[in-house]
Design a binder for this molecule. Sequence first.
Ligand code: NAD
Ligand code: MG
Length: 410
Amino acid sequence: MYAHERFSATREDARYLLQTISVLGATGSVGVNVLNVIARHPERYKVFALTGFSQLEHLKKQCLLHRPDYAVVPTPEAVKVLQQQLIDAGSLTQVVGGESGLKFVASHRDVDTVVAAIVGAAGLNATLAAVESGKKILLANKEALVMSGALFMQAVRTSGAVLLPIDSEHNAIFQCLPSHSRQGLTSAGVRRIMLTGSGGPFRQTPMDQLQDVTPDQACAHPKWSMGRKISVDSATLMNKGLELIEACWLFDAKPSQVEVVIHPQSVIHSLVDYVDGSMLAQLGNPDMRTPISHALAWPQRIDSGVEPLDLFKVARLNFEVPDETRFPCLALARQVANAGGTAPALLNAANEVAVQAFLANQIGFTQIADCIRHVLDNEPVGQVRDLYGVMEADANARRWGKRWLRENHL
Ligand code: NAD
Ligand code: MG
């Protein structure tokens, strides 16, 4: 059984029913785009739960607008505050808290679809709860899959969950693959998967200036508007590295079958290269509502609110080889993709520690890669046997990363 085959298991019977949806990470950039699409199709989608971590005023407004059965916030205090505010506003939404609240709304029997859009390792347990409950999962939270790869995909197979990528590149690849690639990529005639990336805000910045760039400059992405963590990942090209690992798991590809192509216009969202010389690409304006709409409605199509692509305006498409000297994070990610085991979990955790420190102005941009390298040089790679092992690797990597921060800067 192959990952892509899993996608092809259409649920004909569910096509015309109202889809009930839990949005994990509703207040974030992806979450907001999901709710924008849902609001365009009230006859198709009903919000079951919304979750938020920090912007509770925003979550309150979303609850009043989308009237979910449940809202999830991190702490008992936040539960009290939001619950009272919602009661005062005449809302019937029930507020629950913590990790157990996230798992509850991810696995509830009344839920058809779970949007996994929490950022980072914090989304792992709730996303896995959705997978284990056999839901249709719209996956944005790539870190969860990168960390737990084999366990995650095994849980998809066991539970019969339907896993649809909404990371734009993987959604593009999914659209370009044949719907019945039963025997894997090779027998489907696929030579390579080509992941495109804009190159980020520092694509043309000389090496000697990279050490001085600020978090705000790193977050000013030229083509996509996103949360701060993924924006920094895009600037270091770690995002492309995480996406390489994500693609390997989703499409059962070897790292050598995935190539990264810098494409500054961000119009081609990725490509599949076939042995007969055909190369299929998915194009569109860079707007997350396209992959979100595709996955929500799949195998149908719905209006996403995205303007049609004007090819005459685009006029030109450029492609470049990624510069792994200026952006060593991509090479580090390829290295851990080849190493396998707990290596991707170590990379992911180290990256989260380093990016957080960079965003807090504690380290420079180029030190993100130094910190990750230090962690990978010190923490041995183990086999992934169970979730406990993944969590342990994550914790050990964070310890090495924080020690490096202390020794070098804090
Ligand atoms: P964001 O920072 O805008 O939003 C993150 C969401 O997660 C928020 O709702 C926040 O409240 C919640 N959250 C943060 N920490 C949490 C915690 N500890 N516990 C529970 N909830 C927590 O991030 P984003 O840009 O929307 O990205 C979300 C995920 O989607 C990331 O994994 C990212 O890599 C992926 N993704 C994002 C985009 C994009 O366009 N933004 C594109 C592709 C993939
Ligand atoms: Mg992406």
